[in-house]
Design a protein around this ligand. Structure first.
Ligand code: 5AD
Ligand code: SF4
Ligand code: FES
Length: 341
């Protein structure tokens, strides 16, 4: 499926559209994304905000700014938010997130579903946050082939493949709706690796997936391999095929239209919606910090406000023949079935 061209490629997309309509309908769920800090203790070779990057203005939103963004999502009926930051696991950070979760539950009367995307943490931390109101967690495996993973990360305790895999298993065991994902078109990645990534998600019985094209960033070690990359247009098309193939493979999961798609193609996210994705993450980070959360180059929406992105996405989703499911949590149907709920 990933190598399909011409009629085969169109047949793949057509089948994904059918499966989507039958299993998850033509609704798109919003997750208001709050990128609340770009401080990170990790040093992934591909990422623009890695610890050693000196050209990054580090920021950390205040609690009031984060709660203000959560209130925006609540008042605009988004149903759900995502708290994302670089990976930090200090006691003060753990405590802070815990208190934010409680205050978000309070201000929204429990009407907002909260997803965390805060990297690898101790089991105790995952449990604590679950009890304080986070019920979904995103932790991309990045590359499910351990050998490839090792080429993309430093070789130390903080960047061990096995540790990441264990964290994902722990999240699932605790009862989180568990999300993962990979980057598509990485240097040294083969087509077989991507096929295996999809089978990894299936074997893992994952509830949600966010995956998008790898986009080089000039201030990162991986930039040295840019000559080996597929052209951007091919990375983009491969990403769409990954979404379509995954929709066919795992019919009832939630699949996000990755923001990175839009760094390549202005209509990237709506194209992903058209071939199987059913979740979009409108950025609701207060404007002045958006520029500084640059994991990759050409990240969209850095000059826009939460209101701009809302209006923009509504129009885009209408073009993709879908509607925004306001006021709904949009829990992964797969999670419901998997847990017998
Ligand atoms: N290109 C695309 N995606 C990236 N990420 C990090 N760096 C890049 C890049 N250069 C992704 C990782 C991470 C997510 C938050 O962003 O998959 O999990
Ligand atoms: Fe930190 Fe995530 Fe970037 Fe890795 S990908 S350096 S964990 S922000
Ligand atoms: Fe942010 Fe279009 S989605 S400006």
């Amino acid at each position: 499926m990933l190598r399909a061209e011409g009629d085969d490629r169109l047949a793949l997309f057509r089948r994904a559209v059918e499966v989507k309509a039958q299993y998850v309908q033509n609704k798109v769920y919003f997750r208001g994304l709050i990128e609340f800090s770009n401080i990170c203790l990790k040093n992934c070779f591909y990422c623009g905000i890695r610890r050693d990057s000196k050209n990054v203005r580090r920021y950390n939103l205040s609690d009031e700014e984060i709660l203000g963004a959560a209130r925006f999502a609540y008042e605009n009926d988004y149903g759900s938010i995502v708290l994302q930051s670089g990976e930090v696991d200090t006691p003060a950070f753990v405590e802070r997130v815990d208190s934010l979760l409680r205050r978000i539950r309070e201000l929204s009367d429990g009407a907002l579903r909260v997803t965390l995307s805060l990297g690898e943490q101790a089991e105790e931390t995952f449990r604590r946050w679950f009890e304080s109101g986070a019920h979904r967690y995103l932790l991309r495996i990045e590359a499910s082939n351990p050998e490839l993973y090792r080429k993309l990360h430093p070789h130390d305790e903080r960047h061990r493949f096995e540790r990441r895999l264990e964290a994902l298993q722990t999240l699932q065991r605790i009862g989180y709706q568990t999300g993962t994902g990979v980057m598509i078109g990485l240097p040294l990645q083969r087509m077989e690796d991507l096929a295996d990534d999809l089978l990894f998600m299936q074997r893992f019985n994952i509830d949600m997936v966010g995956m998008g094209p790898y986009i080089e960033h000039r201030d990162t070690p991986l930039y040295a391999f840019r000559a080996k990359l597929l052209p951007l247009a091919e990375r983009f098309d491969l990403s769409l095929k990954m979404v379509a193939a995954l929709r066919i493979l795992m019919k009832d999961i939630n699949i996000a239209a990755a923001t990175a798609l839009q760094a390549i193609d202005k209509l990237g996210r709506e194209k992903a919606i058209q071939v199987g994705a059913n979740v979009i993450m409108p950025n609701i980070t207060p404007g002045e910090y958006r520029d500084d959360y640059a994991l990759y180059e050409n990240k969209p929406c850095t000059d826009e406000s939460p209101e701009d992105c809302k209006a923009c996405l509504e129009a885009r989703i209408a073009i993709a023949n879908s509607t925004v499911a306001y006021g709904e949590w949009g829990d992964s149907l797969h999670y419901g079935r998997r847990t017998g709920g």
